[in-house]
Structure formats: C-alpha cells, structure tokens
Design a protein around this ligand. Sequence first.
Ligand code: VG1
Ligand code: CO
Length: 543
Amino acid sequence: MNVRTVATRPIEGQRPGTSGLRKKVAVFQTPGYLENFVQAIFDSLQGFEGKTLVLGGDGRFYNDRAIQIIVKMAAANGFGRILVGRRGLLSTPAASCVIRKHQAFGGIILSASHNPGGPDGDFGIKYNTHNGGPAPEAITEAIFAKTREIARYRILEAPDLDLGRLGTTDLDGTSVEVFDPIADYLELMQRLFDFDRIRDLFRSGFRMRFDAMSAVTGPYAHAILEQTLGAPSGTVVHGDPKPDFGGHHPDPNPVYARELIEAMMAPDAPDFGAASDGDGDRNMIVGRGIYVTPSDSLAVLAANAKLAPGYAAGLAGVARSMPTSRAVDRVAEALRIACYETPTGWKFFGNLLDAGMATLCGEESAGTGSDHVREKDGLWAVLLWLDILAARREPVAEIMRDHWARYGRHYYSRHDYEEVDAEAAQGLIGHLRARLAGLAGEAFGDLRVEQADDFAYHDPVDGSTSEHQGIRVLLEDGSRIVYRLSGTGTAGATLRVYLEAFEPDPDRHAQDTQEALRPLIAVADAIAGIKERTGRSAPSVIT
Ligand code: VG1
Ligand code: CO
C-alpha cells in the first residue's frame, strides 16, 4: 500500500456550525486544513473498514481538488468502496438518497450551500451518517474534539482520478466508482409523484420557469423537468453549474433571485416559478404575481400532500424549525396530527423522520423535505407543488387565497443584519437573555409581551437537549419575534430577526407583508436595541 502518514498539528476553529464546516476558500486551501478536518471525521467514526463512502459536492470552486484529496484519504483510511458523483457533483438531497439506497456507511458533501463561491468565496464540508442525514450534534462535536488533538493524517500516494468518466477504478484495494448523480434521485422522484399527470399539465400549455442559479440542480432540473416531464426547453434557466455561481449568491430568496421574481411579476409571467440553492436542498416557490413564503409553502404542502401518490396514506406528523412561522401548526391541528418544533438546522429532523413521527419537515429559510431522504430537498418540493397544481388545476394565487381563508394568514418576514461586529452581536443576544425574566407583561405601544424565553429543545427520540437555540418573544395578540445568530456565516456575525403576525380576517389578507409587520418591527428594535447595538439603520437582507 502506498499510504503516506503525514504529521500535522491541530488548527483552530474547525467546529461545524448549523450545517458543516464553512470557511473562505483561501482558508480551506491552506496546507493541512481540509486534510485535518477529513481525518478528524474518520477518527471520530468506528467500524467503516471495507464499507462504502458516498462523496460529491455542489461544484463550487475547489470542489474538484477537494474530491481528489478526500478519495485518497478515504482509501488510505480503509473504506472499501467510494461512490463519487460524476465530475464530483452531487446535490445534497441526491447524496442523501444515494447513501440510503446503497446502504453506505456515510457520506461527505462538499458545499457551503447558499454562500457565494469562487476563489474569494466560501467552501464547506459536511458529514452525513448512514441514514442519509446530517451528522447529529454528538458526532459533529466528536469531530471537533478530534480536530483539537490531531497529530497525523493518512493519504494515498496515487495519481488523480478521471472524474468525468463513469466506471470503477481500483485504488490500492479500494474500489472507486464514478456514478451518474441523477439516476437514483430521478427514480425516487418517479415513485413519489404522478409523472403522467405532471406531463399532462405541461402538455396543456402550463408554463414554468426554474432558476437553478448556476448551481448544482441545473443538470437535475434539465433531466427531470425538461427531458422527463416534457416542459419545453428553456424552462430551466441558469442551468449550467459554475464554480462561482456566475458571481451571485446561490440563495433562492426574493433578494438574490430577483430576476425570477421580476419574471413572475411581469404581465406575461409563466404560471409557476421556482429556484434552488447552491447544493440543491433549498427551494423558492413563486406563482404568477405572488411570492409564496417558505413557511406558507410548508403549510400548503402539508394540507395538500395527500394528492401526491407518495403521500396518499396521509402524514404521520409534521415538524418545523422554531423560527419558522406557525402556519403549518394550524394545518396539523386540522389534520389531527402532531407538529414538532425543533432548533434551526436539518440535523434536528433526523430522529423524528427515522422514528416515523414526522413525514414532512420545513424551515423558514426555504428548506422543505420529507421522509423520502434525510435532507431538505429543493427539487422534491418543486415536484410536489407541480403534482398538486396538476391535480387541482388552479393558479398558485388562488390556492394561497383559499389556504389563508381557511386557516388564517401568518404574515412573516426575516430581517438579516449581515457581517455585523461579532462582539456587538453577542452583546445584543446577551443583553436580551438578561432581560428575559422581566419581559413578560411589559408593553411596547399597543403590544404587550406575554412570554419570553431562550429556546431549548428536548429531543423526544434520543432524549438529548440543545440549549440557546434562539430568543423567543411572544406577544399577547399572537404575534412573535425571534432573535438568533447565524451558524453558517464566515465573516463577522449575522443577526437574524424573525417576525410573525397572525391575521384571521380574510378581508385583511391582501396587505403588503412589511406594512402588516410594521408595528412588530418597531417592537423588535425597542426590545433588542438593534440599531443602536449594530450601528445599522436597516437590515441588509429582508426576505
Ligand atoms: C441557515 C438557515 C437554516 C438552514 C441552514 C443550512 O442557518 O437559517 O434554516 O438549515 O442555513 O441551510 P443559519 O445558522 O445561518 O441561520 V443550507 O441550504 O446552508 O444547507
Ligand atoms: Co443548501
């Protein structure tokens, strides 16, 4: 065996955040940085000798180099088989699908998701376990602990692999298989949705625009929407994955996917618009003339899931991250199913999905998914919407009006203050925490605080507890403010303020969201002193 053992030393700051380890590309390129983290993953695992590892990424800058390094390290560490997506590409949900289908030991996904890419952008790496889901906190903390005591890493001396060619290569006893990243995923989608019905919808003249944001879903969307479901070519835009995502943030929200929003608000807009993020696990849904918030999308999908063959038997339960609006709670109540509230990050849904307690899950950050894999899944959400539209044959705007009339409308918005001074952000949260006990009963203008706390989650399946997951302020009129700091950024701190107000009256369902939330926005600042503490007069991104 040509295994080389390289001496190394711990590198500071390799603690995984909300979704893996994310740093600037330049940081990942420093000698030993990637190698240390990968070796720490292997060092924290047991019993993988001879087993299968799935490997792929979102195609961002440095993806190709990193894949070559990881293949050689996985082989040197004793994996028996490595499945690599062709050209090193694999969307996050497809990776989850492949891990499950091929009963792999686990998988490594290279992505910084919605963060910008390119030589000056971000890179990221995350480990998923045999259930196909993101490693739970116990494992990410064990990996972090290993990064702090690492003294050597193992790598094979071997030439680079040709990742463009499908097929199997023997690498010193480890079989490395370059596979088609689309096939298994497409097959799974065909089992969940009525492809004939969606084909009929497109045949009837239904028009769609899918913006892949120059990221990983382009090839999947071309293959599924255009080549399989018969949507006219040109339906998929920005469908070529680029290492720098064309210089944009591959984040499907109304700010970064402005082009799609503009197309959908135009007089000749298509019937349906959608976009997904860097690694394909997020989705944005837009109807002609109407943007659907991710929280509303989750609620509508839960209410209509039974129309799709894969969910015809009904839902066991639903789950949402704490800051996600409570629109889905109302649907769960009507369906008489359980609704779980988890901390931010998909890793917290894994246990509920594995235990069969939840079927659909979602986050306000444009993540929706189900028990078909263990990651959020952008194209899956788009296909579920398409299947529902094919069954109901009503415009998106009508479906939304109908939904709100029945359940009431949750006006919802997230205000992000990006790259603020880390100390100022910590100070703001610390100050809020100190005020929590006295907040109940305090009045701000017409609004009075009913209850305030620092969200802690007790996992009903494994009994673990995760604390400090966001400050919640509930007001007497049913509205809510949540404050938390992002765990995915790579520069300074990002403060997220989540605002939600409930409106039962259908005559008041056509308001502008920021208008409807105006009083609450003022209270959010009054409670936390956002302007004063961050020095920002307005959020950097409003979604
Ligand atoms: C953000 C979102 C969170 C999501 C996470 C990963 O985390 O708020 O809902 O799970 O990104 O999404 P944070 O800690 O920055 O708020 V992705 O598409 O990056 O895998
Ligand atoms: Co993502």
